[in-house]
Design a protein around this ligand. Structure first.
Ligand code: GLN
Length: 508
C-alpha cells in the first residue's frame, strides 16, 4: 500500500473523495510517522489525542453522503501561535505554558469547518521572534535534512513537520519571514498572503501591522488548497479585507499547465548586495531565473533603493508593536503567575515576566519600549515608519514595470544549531529579503529552487506581487515548480535523508 504520508494534500484529498482511503487511515499514518520521527525532529509541542476521533467523524459524514469540502479528511499541523480550544496554545513561551483558549482562531475554525483534521501544535520561536526556533521555551526543532541544523524560524515546527512527512499541510504565521524563511531552509513551500487577506483573529499578536497567517506545504497547489480554506473576510479582524478572492488552488492548477511564464516580467533588485549571499544560494537563484527565461520570461533589473533599510526599520517597528502587544501577559489575565510572598501586585507582575519571558523577548520589549519613549519616539519609531513608506513606494514603482519581483528567499542555507544564537544581529540579517513584503503588506511565496552546491542543502526562491495579487504568485510559483520538478525528476524532498528509516543507520 502507498505510504500515505508521502502523498501531497491534493493527492490525499483525491483518494479520500474517491473512497480509496479513509480519513482515519490518513490520520493514523501521520500520527505513526510523528511517533517514529518527532523524537528527533521535535516539530510538535503537542500532539492531539483525539485526531482519530475527528477523522472518524469526517468518514461517517462522507459515508452518510454529506457533501464535504475538497480537502475534508486531510490532516493539518497548526503553529502554536494560533489559539485552539482543544489543545494548549503557548506561542512557544513559558508564560503561556498549558494555556487553554476559550475560542478557536478564525483560521482554525475554518480549517475544522472544511473537515481538516488537526494533528497537533507546532514548535516556534517564543512569540514568533526568531529565525531558527532556538528561542522556543520548549527546545529547538531540528531540520529534517540535517538534524544538527536549524529548520528556520519562527515557524520551524510547521516547516519541519511538512518536510519530515509528519503532516501534508501546516499553518504558519509570517511577520518578517516566519513562513518563507523556514520554507527556504527545509525545501518546502510557504506563502505570506496580502496583509488583510487572512484573518489574524486568534493569532497571538507579535506585531499587528505586519502579522499574516498563511499556508506551509510541500507543493504550490497544496498551499492554494489551504489558502482557499483559511482566507477571506473576517468581521472579527478589523484589518481584514472585504475582497472576493479567486480560488488559489485553481490559480496553481492554471500555472502548472499553462504557459504563464511566457512574457512574464520578473524584476530583480539591483541594489540587493550579492555579497551577503552564500554562493550556492545565488547560483540556485540564477539558475531558476534562467529556467524561467528559457520559457519566455523576461528578467528586468529594477531599482528598490530602500530595500536594504528594511531590516533596520523592521527591528524598530516590530519591537515597538510587540512591547505593546505583550503587555497583556501581566500574571493577572493569562497564563503564568509567580507569587512573591509579601510583594505588591507590581512585584508579582515583574517576577512573572522575568521568569516567563526568554531573553529574545525581553530584548525586544526593552528595544520597543525605548523606541516608543517620549523624546525618542520621532527619532526611532517615526523614522522607521517613514522608511516603511519609502519601501512601499519602491514596490509601487517596481510593479509599474514588472509582474513579480524575484529574490533568493534568504541569504544562506540552514545554519547549525547554536551558530547564531548569541549574535542577534546575525540572526536578524536572515530576514533581509523577506521583511520588505511585511512592511509593504504585499504577498510573497517561497518555493524550492534547488540544492546549494557547497552543502547540498535546500534553497528557496521568493516571488513578490502587488497587494491583492496572491493568485499571481500561485500561478508563477506552480509554473516554476512544474518546470523544476520536471528537470529534477522528482520533488526535492525525495532527496532528503530518510528520517526514521533504520536501514540508513544513525539518526537519519
Ligand atoms: N525572523 C523574524 C523575526 O525574528 C521573523 C518573525 C516572524 O515572521 N514571525 O522577527
Amino acid at each position: 500500500m502507498t505510504d500515505l504520508t508521502k502523498l501531497s494534500a491534493a493527492a490525499l484529498a483525491d483518494k479520500l473523495t474517491a473512497g480509496e482511503i479513509s480519513s482515519v487511515e490518513a490520520t493514523r499514518a501521520h500520527l505513526d510517522r510523528i511517533a517514529a520521527v518527532d523524537g528527533d525532529v521535535h516539530a510538535f509541542l503537542h500532539v492531539s489525542d483525539h485526531a482519530l476521533e475527528v477523522a472518524a467523524g469526517i468518514d461517517r459524514r462522507r459515508a452518510a453522503g454529506e457533501a464535504l469540502g475538497p480537502v475534508a479528511g486531510v490532516p493539518l499541523a497548526i503553529k502554536d501561535v494560533l489559539v485552539t480550544t482543544d489543545m494548549p496554545s503557548t506561542s512557544g513561551s513559558k508564560i503561556l505554558e498549558g494555556y487553554m483558549s476559550p475560542y478557536d482562531a478564525t483560521v482554525v475554525a475554518r480549517s475544522r469547518a472544511a473537515g481538516l483534521v488537526p494533528l497537533g501544535k507546532t514548535n516556534m520561536d517564543e512569540f514568533a521572534m526568531g529565525s531558527s526556533t532556538e528561542h522556543s521555551a520548549y527546545g529547538p526543532t531540528r531540520n529534517p535534512w540535517d538534524l544538527d541544523r536549524i529548520p528556520g524560524g519562527s515557524g520551524g515546527g510547521s516547516a519541519a513537520a511538512v518536510a519530515a512527512f509528519e503532516a501534508p499541510l501546516a499553518l504558519g504565521s509570517d511577520t518578517g519571514g516566519s513562513i518563507r524563511q523556514p520554507a527556504h531552509v527545509t525545501g518546502t513551500v510557504g506563502l505570506k498572503p496580502t496583509y488583510g487577506g487572512v484573518s489574524r483573529y486568534g493569532a497571538i499578536a507579535l506585531a499587528s501591522s505586519l502579522d499574516q497567517v498563511g499556508p506551509v506545504t510541500r507543493t504550490v497547489l497544496d498551499a492554494g488548497l489551504l489558502h482557499d480554506v483559511i482566507g477571506g473576510h473576517d468581521p472579527h479582524d478589523s484589518t481584514s479585507l472585504s475582497d472576493a478572492w479567486p480560488s488559489f488552488a485553481e490559480a496553481a492548477r492554471e500555472g502548472a499547465r499553462g504557459d504563464v511564464l511566457k512574457g512574464l516580467k520578473v524584476g530583480v533588485i539591483k541594489e540587493l548586495p550579492d555579497a551577503g549571499f552564500q554562493p550556492g544560494v545565488s547560483a540556485s537563484f540564477r539558475s531558476a531565473l534562467a529556467a524561467m527565461e528559457a520559457q519566455g520570461a523576461e528578467i528586468v533589473e529594477i531599482s528598490a533603493p530602500h530595500f536594504e533599510y528594511g531590516v533596520a526599520a523592521y527591528y524598530l517597528i516590530l519591537p515597538a508593536e510587540a512591547s505593546s502587544n505583550l503587555a497583556k501577559f501581566d500574571s493577572v489575565r493569562f497564563g503564568l503567575r509567580v507569587d512573591v510572598p509579601g510583594g505588591t501586585v507590581e512585584d508579582v507582575m515583574a517576577r512573572t515576566r522575568d521568569v516567563g519571558f526568554g531573553d529574545e523577548v525581553k530584548r525586544r520589549i526593552i528595544l520597543g519600549t525605548y523606541a516608543l519613549s517620549a523624546g525618542y519616539y520621532d527619532a526611532y519609531y517615526g523614522s522607521a515608519q517613514k522608511v516603511r513608506t519609502l519601501i512601499q513606494q519602491d514596490f509601487d514603482s517596481a510593479f509599474a514595470s514588472v509582474d513579480v519581483i524575484a529574490t533568493p528567499s534568504a541569504p544562506t542555507t540552514a545554519f547549525r544549531l547554536g551558530e547564531k544564537i548569541d549574535d542577534p544581529m546575525q540572526m536578524y540579517l536572515n530576514d533581509v529579503t523577506t521583511i520588505p513584503a511585511n512592511l509593504a503588506g504585499v504577498p510573497g511565496i517561497s518555493i524550492p529552487s534547488g540544492l546549494a552546491d557547497e552543502d547540498g542543502l535546500p534553497v528557496g526562491i521568493q516571488f513578490l506581487a502587488p497587494a491583492r495579487e496572491d493568485a499571481r504568485l500561485y500561478r508563477v510559483g506552480a509554473a516554476l515548480e512544474a518546470l523544476l520538478v520536471d528537470s529534477w525528476g522528482a520533488s526535492l524532498l525525495e532527496r532528503a535523508p530518510q528520517l526514521g528509516d533504520s536501514t540508513q543507520g544513525g539518526a537519519l
